[in-house]
Structures are given as C-alpha cells and as structure tokens.
Design a protein around this ligand. Structure first.
Ligand code: NDP
Length: 676
C-alpha cells in the first residue's frame, strides 16, 4: 500500500501534509501507512470561514431542514461503509469493532435526524419548557428559548472511535445550526478523513459547515471566543491543558470534556453462580474487556463482586477470556485485534504494571500469548489481562489508573454499601453497571452511586435479550460523567443539541412571546378565521387563528344518557347527595368526557376536508364542574404547526371550554393532522 497523504479541509480547500507532518503506523504490522499534519495550516482562516460562511448558511435552515440534512449524510455514509471498514482494519479494529464505530456512528446520526424532526420545531427557535406566569392577569409572561451559537464548534476527538467519535458530536452540532471543525486524533485520522470526504463530496452540507484538521491544530484554541464551543474526548492530562488555554478561560468558552473513566460493573448480592445474572455478568464483563481491545471510554475497568463470589468470577471470566482469539483483525476468527499503536501498547503495559503493584494478575501474560495471522512483535497486540485486588480499600491505582486496553481488576465487597463505596472510588465515571434481579439493590445503588456516574446500567434475566450493553453510549441517553470523567455531558437526545445553543430567558407580553416562539401563547391576539378552520388547508391556517362556538346547555337527560350509554355511572354523576358529600362537587355534575364530546360537537365542521385525523390531546385539565342547566362554549385557536411529510402536518390547537359566566371549565391541546 502506498503512503496515504491525509489532508485537512480548510476554508474550502484540501490541504496536504506539509512541514511538521507526522507518520502514522498500522496497528497490525507497525509499518508506516500514512502521514498527516501541516504547520502552515491557516487556522484563523478556518475559524473565519466557519463563522462567516458556514454559520450563517446553517442558521438560515430550520431544525427540520438540518435534520433532513443529517439523514441524508447518514444515508450517504452508509453507502460507503465497506471503504470505511477497509481502512479501519489498520487501526487494529475487528469487523465487530467497526460495527460499534462506523455503524454506531451512522446510527447515531439517524437518531438525531429523527429526533430533530419529531421533537424540534420546523423553525429557528427552540422553546425550552413551558410559558411561565409572571403576572396576575397574564399580560407579562416568561419563556426560555434556545438559539444557535454564532461561532464554531471545535471537536477534538480520541483515537479509539474515528467515526463514531466524530459523528456523535457532529450530529447535535449541525442540528443546532453550528458549523464544526473536527480534529481527530492523528493515530486514526485516516478513517475520519475518508468519512469527512464522503460527507463533503455528497454536496449535502452548506460550504463552511464542516472542516477538518488532520494533525496538529496550531493555536486555534487560543483564537476562540464566547460564541464558540470546544468538545474534547481524550486523556485527562490533555483536557486539563486545553481547558486552561488563555482564550478559553478569559472568554468563558464552553469546554465539554469526556476523559478518563474507571468504570465499574457490580455483581448484585443476589446473583450467585447458577443464576442467569451471574452468566450475564461474565458475558458482559468479558465483552467489555475485549471489544476494541479494551480501548473504549466505557470499558469495565473494575469488577466489583461479593467476596464469596470472587473466586467463581475469576474462574468463569478466565475461562471465557481464554477463548478470545487475538490476531489480525481481518481474519474472521479473530475476536480481539490490536491496540492502536506501539506507543499505546507501551502505555497500557506500564499502567498494567502499576495496577500490578496492588493486584495480582490472574489471567493473561503479555510476555506469552498467541497472535493469529500477524506478528506479535510488530503489531500492537496485548492479551486480555485480569487482575485481582485483595484489598481494594487501601489500594489506590486500581481506582485511578486507566490502562486503556483489555485490562480489568476484580475486587470483592462485603455488603452493598461497600460495593457502592468502591464504585464511587473512581471519583466520577461515565458508566457503572449493576447486574441484579433485585429492584431494591438497583434502587440502593442508584441513590448511593448516581451522583458519581453519568450513566447507570441495570441488567438481568428480564432485560438481557434486548439490552444494549454496558459499554454502548446511546444517542437518546446522556454520555459523560462527573469528576475524573471530565464533568461533561454529550448526546441525551435534544439535550445534546442544546450544548451548541444559548438558552435565553424571554420576558414580555403574550404577543411578543408568540412572535418569537412561532407558537400562540394564551392571552395573545386572536385572528378571526375567514372560514371555519376545519375547511382550511394546513398552509392556509395562521398561528392565532381562532374559532368561537355558540353555547350549548347541558341537561340532566344528557348526563343520564351519557352515563348509561358509556357505562360510566360514577356516583358524582348519578347521586346528588353523594356528590354533595364530595368537596369537589356542588351536587351531580356532568362527566368531563361528556364535556369534551360536546366540545367536539360544537367546533367540528363535519364535511370531508383537510382535517385528516385527530391524533391526540395533551395537557387536559378540568377546572370547574358543570351542572345540569349550565352551558358551555368553546374557543379553538391554532397554537402551533409542524409539518410531518410532503402531504400533511400536525396542527396543535389550544382549546378552552368556558361556562355561561365565562369561567374556565376545561383546557387542553388538541392535535390534528391536516392536509397541505
Ligand atoms: P490525548 O489526550 O493525547 O489526545 C486526545 C485528542 O487531543 C487527540 O485528538 C489529540 O490529537 C488532541 N490533542 C493532544 N494535545 C493537543 C493539543 N496540545 N492541542 C490540541 N489538541 C491536542 O489522548 P489519546 O487519544 O492519545 O489517548 C490517550 C489516553 O487518553 C488513553 O490512553 C486513555 O487513557 C485516554 N482516553 C480516554 C478516553 C475516554 O473517553 N475515557 C478516550 C480516549 C482516550 P493528536 O492525536 O494529534 O495528538
């Protein structure tokens, strides 16, 4: 294979390696396969290009436009998976590792595309929470909104996931409307470069939305300001150095870090050998030790088991690890490939040796292990190494040294409080798992350990068939952790998008809030409908368009009829004396559902028309009981519109029912699908 020249993509041009370029070796053979880096990269031009070209172009698009863009990018990457797999073998990763990195990254992008369409508006402002009542009559209200930051997101990624690591940050960034400059770790940047090329060549992205630094980033971070974000994954030492960059400190630049983590897995006190949970624990831990050769930020580093089960755990894990075939990742029989580089191998062995000062190695010998189809000396291979720490209370390194490879330490606990204390000795981690069938154990760990972990993963016989694995960060759930893990948070659905937006508290009148949020706020000006709103197509309806119905009197016959027709003969509707004894009712009252049905009867326009379906009802509240002889009328207002596909969109109507004294009887939001 000829030497690959890994370029950067800067201000619209591909820039080849130049002065200061670094050589990159294959993890499997140790041979140099690529070079990357150029000291002459114009980082200021890159920042300007993102801020002046990429940002404005992205901000013109709505959240839905950007979500569609993500879906198209993910689809495009999916078409080129084989080329990405092919390059990725050089990183030491096996085909199943590629599924985590490449397929996992693409899947993450699809989830954000879908969440953007379903959970965010087809507009430019994201409303964060409900309207806050700040005044007695409702003429002055509050609302939190999120708008995209007007700078650039600089993503600095670790070597272990050259594709997922980029896409899990890029998807929420682009969805927010912020351009990104991606800087992958040099050791595996050739895979990231190909993924970036695929995305750029597709022409799906506006110019300036995505740039790439292969190699060093120069002094880019010292040129950032308050509208920029740094999202970093890597070692705690680098994170500490970078977050202290003067411009980052002085300009309060957001710095999200995901760094070292001594993740734990706890075997529940109930999960003795012979239970499905014990077998599950062994399977999960051995998978977490060996997937990506242990180079996963979420890998299990500490195995916390009841003292009585420690020996059984060591034996069962050793038996399973003994079956792991180590070798050339391209071979179908290989279960664990190589570490990313020779220097990473040295680092892992040094750290394993440090752990070895406090714990005994009970499985795996780095001096003596078999490698299939590759040279153990040339490639960065190590065997899985299992340690046993007999005194985890006085030990230090087992709780603070992350050997970023297939290295894990078993430690025993006396009781659940001890297990929780040991888990928390990691001083903040990305994930801890608990394998238990006892909900009380799960609750005790959640309360005792939740504050120390970004994610708690519980698994047992009931969930094991469909569970996603201790080590898999999911786009729906937050990824990040306190303390040693960096104190950051990524993913978590729309939460992850908000990291690239500014939350602003908006205060003003209902009309001001309606105009900013593109959503009618109660108290805002009503627009008289030119025709019955049910006769008007999706595109014809305006936000604020309102229908007031005629009143309808509710009779005792109506209540009787509804009760016997539906079978709802609850005493409050049937027995005047019993209803009077209830503090909520003046006597017999109409059913709430009768009122809703009457409301529909009042506002519905019956002819075939653009309203296709009633798809739901949100936030229903009954405020005042209605007795026989009272009358009700309805106000129906277009609150919000969200397109769903090419043919129809969702209309959210604000509905109020009031009585003859204009008192509020009921309030809710009605959802319909309306044709374009
Ligand atoms: P590093 O912290 O060395 O590198 C992480 C990223 O930071 C890389 O992209 C690197 O680029 C970049 N970087 C390093 N120095 C600078 C700088 N001065 N300015 C700008 N960018 C910089 O981590 P590695 O990826 O080499 O991994 C080392 C260790 O980190 C692992 O052994 C492991 O312990 C830990 N780690 C933890 C992870 C976690 O999530 N828990 C994930 C990955 C690693 P470049 O490659 O060009 O130097």
């Amino acid at each position: 294979m000829s030497l690959l020249e890994i370029s950067s993509y800067a201000a619209g041009d591909w820039v080849k390696p130049g002065a200061g370029a670094r050589n990159i070796a294959s993890a499997v053979t140790g041979a140099t396969i690529a070079s990357a880096g150029n000291d002459d990269l114009d980082v200021q031009a890159m920042l300007d290009h993102a801020r002046k070209v990429g940002g404005p172009a992205l901000r013109k698009l709505t959240f839905h436009d950007r979500a569609r863009m993500l879906k198209a990018l993910a689809t495009e990457l999916g078409k080129h998976k084989d080329a990405l797999y092919d390059l990725s073998f050089h990183t030491g990763a096996t085909q199943s590792d590629h599924m985590i990195d490449i397929d996992g990254g693409i899947g993450t992008m699809f989830v954000f595309a879908s969440k953007g369409r379903r959970e965010m508006p087809d507009g430019h402002v994201y409303l964060d929470g409900d309207v806050e009542q700040l005044s007695r009559t409702g003429s002055f209200l509050g609302q939190h909104i999120c708008t995209p930051l007007q700078g650039v997101a600089v993503h600095i990624n670790a070597f272990n996931f050259p594709v997922w690591g980029m896409l899990e940050k890029l998807a929420p960034t682009l969805l927010a409307g912020v351009p990104a400059i991606v800087k992958p770790a040099t050791a595996t940047c050739y895979v990231t470069e190909l993924a970036v090329k695929i995305m750029l060549d597709s022409g799906i992205l506006p110019e300036g939305a995505l740039q790439l630094v292969s190699g060093g980033i120069g002094d880019m971070l010292n040129r950032l300001d308050c509208q920029d974000v740094v999202s970093f994954t890597g070692s705690a030492n680098t994170a500490l150095k970078l977050r202290n960059t003067p411009a980052i400190v002085e300009n309060s630049v957001r710095f999200v870090a995901e760094q070292d983590s001594l993740n734990a897995s706890i075997l529940g006190p109930d999960a003795a050998p012979g239970t499905p949970e014990f077998d599950l624990f062994i399977k999960e831990v051995s998978r977490e030790m060996t997937a990506k050769a242990g180079q996963k930020c979420t890998a299990v580093r500490r195995i916390i088991a009841p003292e009585a089960q420690v020996q059984a755990v060591i034996e069962a894990l050793s038996a399973r690890l003994a079956k792991v075939v180590i070798g050339d990742p391209r071979l179908e029989t290989t279960r664990m490939g190589a570490l990313v580089s020779g220097s990473q191998k040295r680092d892992v062995l040094e750290k394993a040796a440090l752990i070895g000062t406090e714990a005994k190695r009970v499985f795996g010998d780095p001096e003596n292990f078999a490698v299939e189809g590759a040279d153990a000396e040339q490639g960065a291979f190590v065997p899985p190494m299992l340690f046993h720490c007999e005194d985890p209370d006085t030990a230090v390194h087992v709780h603070d040294t992350e050997a970023f490879g297939p290295v894990s330490t078993v430690m025993g606990y006396r009781d659940l409080d001890h297990a929780i204390a040991l888990a928390n000795r990691g001083q903040g981690s990305l994930v801890a798992s608990v394998i238990t069938h006892d909900p009380a154990v799960a609750r005790a760990v959640a309360l005792g350990s939740g504050a120390f972990h970004g994610r708690l993963y519980f698994n047992n016989r009931d969930s094991m068939k469909e569970s996603t694995g201790h080590g898999s960060p999911l786009p729906h759930m937050v990824h990040g952790g306190p303390g040693r893990a960096g104190g950051g948070e990524e993913l978590g659905g729309v939460r992850g998008v908000k990291h690239y937006m500014q939350r602003t508290a908006i205060q003003g009148s209902p009309d001001i809030l309606s105009a900013i949020g593109d959503k009618w706020v109660p108290g805002g000006t009503e627009i008289a409908a030119p025709a019955h709103p049910f006769t008007r197509k999706y595109g014809e309806l305006s936000i604020g368009e309102t229908l007031h119905t005629a009143p309808r009197t509710v009779t005792l016959d109506d209540i009787e009829h509804f009760a016997h027709f539906t079978g709802d003969t609850f005493y409050a509707h049937m027995d005047d004396a019993a209803a009077k004894r209830n503090p909520f009712f003046p006597g017999r009252v109409a059913h709430g559902y009768l009122l809703l049905s009457f409301a529909a009867g009042l506002f519905v326009q019956p002819d075939e028309g653009p309203v296709l379906a009633n798809t739901g009802l949100d936030g229903l509240r009954f405020m005042k009981p209605v007795s026989a002889g009272d009358s009700i009328k309805v106000r129906l207002t277009v609150k919000k519109k969200t397109p769903r596909n090419e043919e129809y969109g969702e209309v959210r109507w604000h509905v109020t029912l009031t009585n003859q004294d204009d008192e509020l009887v009921a309030e809710y939001e009605l959802l319909t699908m309306n044709a374009f």
